[in-house]
Design a protein around this ligand. Structure first.
Ligand SMILES: Nc1ncnc2c1ncn2[C@@H]1O[C@H](COP(=O)(O)OP(=O)(O)OP(=O)(O)O)[C@@H](O)[C@H]1O
Ligand SMILES: [Mg+2]
Length: 484
């Protein structure tokens, strides 16, 4: 090979090495950002830009400009804000939330559909440093505007909606006899993680709920109302109401709890449905009782079915949840596909659920008493998760004592006729519950008293009294339990 070719190759190699080292140096020292900024500065000088101002107040009426709020939510959520040279940090509504916020007159950029868009948080102050006006000013290349502006504004709407939805405080609504909803704040701590059901079923439902939330276009294309219905069925104390609370927390939906015995007639029921807001869970608990005992409600079957089909605005997403202890003997038309999209069974506790509860309530993954518990479950004994969790909760200071208490309860239950009997008795116990299916209600304590055999309650009382001798080992809730 001629010498000059070798030299040429050598020079090329050296140039590549040099470029690599320069690039590495720029990245390591963050000089790359400086170079990039210069590049953008030059680019800005050779393009014509268009500016859009979003004032906080409408010029003529001095009323709040709703779009300003959306832009504010959107801009302060941009990932580029985290990378910017300066950012204000504020605490959010939830305890661990930290919110980022642009400073006065700070600018930020993002790339949308290949177009660079920048925002300035323009704040004007007077001589006394009082804010005179607030605006967000958007800047975009004239060349990109026609292509990008419309989808970009739509994108701002969608993202800000989503942020608002995630940050909103949830409420639970109950209907009164006047055909109106009354609401209170809803902060039930239930989550899908704390809910003990078959892991595959749990994953399937979570997936189904999340898919539904993202399926607006799909439902629209099919010409279907954007709604999904679930039936939760199983004995009392198996987690149906807890599931509803967990779903509301997962989706960030308000809960509308329909008490059918308070509904005067079908038009009243439809009126209630129309008063519900989008992004909500509409819940009817203990539907089987209303259906089998007509004296509890003045709604006919067809009225109920119309309600379940819910002629709602197709744009408004809603989820309906019905609960039942037993679906035997229920008119199949009421439960047909389309009217109810998914049937979810909530069974009594088995050994696997018991282990999950022991982990959640006692922090115990393995224990020498587990083999004995497994044997008792295999012999056919069972109790509801509510009963077992209640026993674990009050004995949480000593896992061994908690497990022994559960074992005694299971054995006692088995001697008294097995799980079926407890299940039946547990269902009966809800007949006296004050309001059907209040999501915020912790059903464990009351049902426990009714469902656990007397003999065991005596034994349990003795154990509680004994443990009570250790000062400070019980909280307020525990003392209430002893008095029962
Ligand atoms: N599957 C479960 N996973 C975790 N905790 C549960 C479960 N089932 C019941 N619990 C506990 O028992 C309590 C009562 O459960 P919940 O009210 O959800 O039962 P339910 O099925 O709605 O009963 P009912 O039919 O009587 O209304 C809950 O607060 C929760 O602490
Ligand atoms: Mg319930």
């Amino acid at each position: 090979m001629p010498l000059f070719v070798i030299n040429l190759l050598l020079i090329c190699f050296l140039i590549v090495c040099l470029m690599f080292i320069v690039r590495l140096f720029l990245h390591r020292t963050a000089l790359i950002y400086v170079v990039r900024k210069w590049g953008e500065w030059v680019e800005d000088r050779v393009h014509v830009h268009q500016h859009f101002r979003v004032p906080e107040l409408n010029d003529s009426t001095q009323q709040q400009n709703l779009f300003y709020r959306r832009v504010s939510l959107y801009v302060n959520s941009l990932a580029s804000l985290e990378d910017s040279d300066f950012t204000n940090l504020f605490s959010g509504r939830k305890p661990n939330d930290i919110l980022l916020s642009l400073d006065d007159n700070q600018s930020i950029q993002e790339v949308f559909l290949g177009a660079r868009i920048s925002w300035v948080n323009q704040i004007e102050r007077d001589a006394r440093n009082q804010v005179v006006s607030r605006n967000f000013v958007m800047r975009i290349k004239k060349r990109d505007k026609r292509r990008v502006l419309k989808p970009y504004l739509q994108h701002i709407h969608t993202v800000s909606d989503d942020i608002e939805q995630r940050g909103k405080e949830l409420r639970i609504y109950n209907n009164g006899s006047n055909g109106r909803w009354k609401s209170v704040l809803f902060n039930h701590p239930a989550s899908f993680d704390s809910l003990v059901i078959d892991p595959d079923v749990k994953a399937k439902i979570r997936n189904d709920l999340e898919m539904f939330q993202k399926s607006k276009q799909y439902y629209h294309k099919l010409g279907r109302v954007w709604k999904r219905s679930y039936l939760l069925y199983g004995p009392s104390g198996t987690g149906k109401s807890s599931f509803i609370a967990a779903a509301a927390n997962l989706l960030n939906y308000d809960v509308y709890n329909v008490n059918l015995s308070q509904v005067a007639d079908e038009s009243d029921l439809n009126g209630l449905l129309l008063q519900t807001a989008p992004k909500s869970l509409i819940v009817v608990e203990d539907l089987d009782r209303y259906v089998s005992d007509r004296s509890r409600s003045r709604i006919t079957s067809s009225g109920l079915m119309n309600f379940m089909d819910g002629l709602l605005n197709s744009e408004d997403e809603r989820i309906m949840i019905f609960t039942m202890n037993d679906k035997e003997g229920i008119d199949s038309a009421l439960l047909r596909p389309g009217r109810i999209d998914m049937h979810i069974h909530f069974p009594m506790c088995d050994f696997n659920s018991f282990k999950n509860l022991a982990n959640n309530y006692l922090g115990v993954k393995e224990h020498k008493l587990f083999t004995q518990v497994e044997g008792i479950f295999q012999s056919g004994a069972t109790m509801s998760p509510a009963e077992i969790s209640e026993l674990m909760l009050v004995n949480r200071s000593s896992p061994s004592r908690a497990l022994k208490t559960v074992i005694s309860a299971l054995q006692s239950n088995s001697r008294n006729g097995g799980g079926g009997k407890v299940a039946a008795r547990a269902s009966d116990s809800t007949a006296s519950s004050p309001a059907p299916g209040s999501v915020s209600e912790e059903g464990g304590g009351g049902a426990w008293k009714e469902a656990v055999p007397k003999e065991f309650r005596k034994l349990y009382g003795l154990l509680r009294l004994k443990s009570c001798r250790t000062p400070g080992s019980l909280d307020q809730h525990d003392s209430e339990m002893i008095q029962r």
